[in-house]
Design a protein around this ligand. Structure first.
Ligand code: 13P
Length: 338
């Protein structure tokens, strides 16, 4: 069992590859579709994801895809399961297993992620359905007096319980503590909070006997708040993010795959590239982007079957740029050339 976990975790961060997060919940995908004036129906969700998963050659840059429950069970118009379409191209299917961040009672403005009850049974079923890895996202909000230590501890504890249950089921856990970009805070504040949650998360993972070699970390980058007056530049984001991760993440962890969290597509690629250009890293540094991989393709698609080929080319380009950034080989010439 542990050898399989290690093999899958390493395959997910194979050189030049990263993860596509396509696990938007019903409310989130409805929001994304609304941006192109499309209603969120089961058929549109299926066709949209089918468009992404059949993009020519995308498996050169994408090692795995995180799916939502509906998608893992869904069949394409021709009757083939979407998860099998991925697996047949060597792309590993994964599953989001948390039930969302819910208000933490007694702690105004903070959340704790739910979904532990019954998780053991759900994981067994997901494994039957072909999922080899999973995701659980904890959400940390920066604000006046926030986050509290208590909320950080509650989220770290839940992440570790989830990770232990995944490994028991033979599923690689992606552990995602996301410090949100929302707010006016500066980069130093994001740095301090990111370091605090990462230290707590790894202490809990250790306490819960989680095999570090058989998991991946999915963190935010250390970045200024969206509304900050003087936002830090890309070089500083890269340097501070790597410095923070080096302090907190044991080298036994095979890979760190970032979320994009509201960065623009190109920004997310540039940041990843700069970090890899720094070199001397004890783990693979790659991507597990949702919006930054899909935004351009979604706009090109518009819900029209006639736009599928164009949207796929746009998606493939974004995946390629991030695959290249995961090796530190990205440049603006490449961005504009292909
Ligand atoms: P974003 O890259 O859009 O932040 O999504 C990644 C993700 O899976 C968040 O849980």
């Amino acid at each position: 069992m542990s050898q399989e976990l290690v093999t899958v975790a390493n395959a997910l961060v194979a050189r030049g590859k990263g993860i596509l997060a396509a696990d938007e919940s019903f409310p989130t995908i409805a929001k994304r579709f609304k941006s192109i004036g499309l209603e969120s129906t089961e058929e549109y969700r299926r066709d949209y994801r089918h468009m992404l998963f059949t993009a020519p050659d995308f498996s050169q840059y994408v090692s795995g895809v995180i799916l939502f429950d509906e998608t893992l069970r869904q069949k394409a118009a021709d009757g083939k399961r979407l998860a099998d379409i991925l697996a047949d191209q060597g792309v590993i299917p994964g599953i989001k297993v948390d039930a969302g961040a819910k208000p933490l009672a007694g702690f105004e403005g903070e959340t704790v992620t739910e979904g532990l009850d019954g998780l053991r049974g759900r994981l067994a079923e997901y494994r039957e359905l072909g999922a080899k890895f999973a995701k659980w996202r904890a959400v940390i909000n920066i604000g006046e007096g926030l986050p509290t230590r208590f909320a950080l501890e509650a989220n770290a504890h839940a992440l570790a319980r989830y990770a232990a249950l995944c490994q028991e089921a033979g599923i690689v856990p992606i552990v995602e503590p996301e410090v949100l970009m929302d707010g006016n805070h500066d980069l130093a504040r994001c740095q301090a909070v990111t370091e605090e949650i990462l230290v707590l998360v790894f202490a809990q993972l250790k306490a819960h006997n989680v095999l570090l070699e058989g998991m991946l970390l999915k963190p935010n980058m250390v970045i200024s708040g969206k509304g900050a007056a003087d936002r830090a530049g890309a070089e500083e984001v890269a340097k501070e993010t790597v410095a923070t991760l080096k302090r907190c993440v044991p080298s036994a962890v095979p890979g760190i795959v970032f979320l994009s969290g509201g960065q623009s597509s190109v920004e997310a690629t540039e940041h990843l590239d700069l970090m890899n250009k720094l070199g001397d890293l004890p783990w693979a540094l790659s991507f597990s982007y949702g919006r930054a991989l899909q935004e351009d393709a979604l706009k090109a698609w518009q819900g029209q079957s006639g736009n599928v080929a164009t949207a796929q080319a746009v998606f493939r380009h974004r995946a390629k740029m991030n695959g290249v950034a995961a090796t530190g080989g990205y440049s603006s010439q490449l961005e504009n050339a292909s």
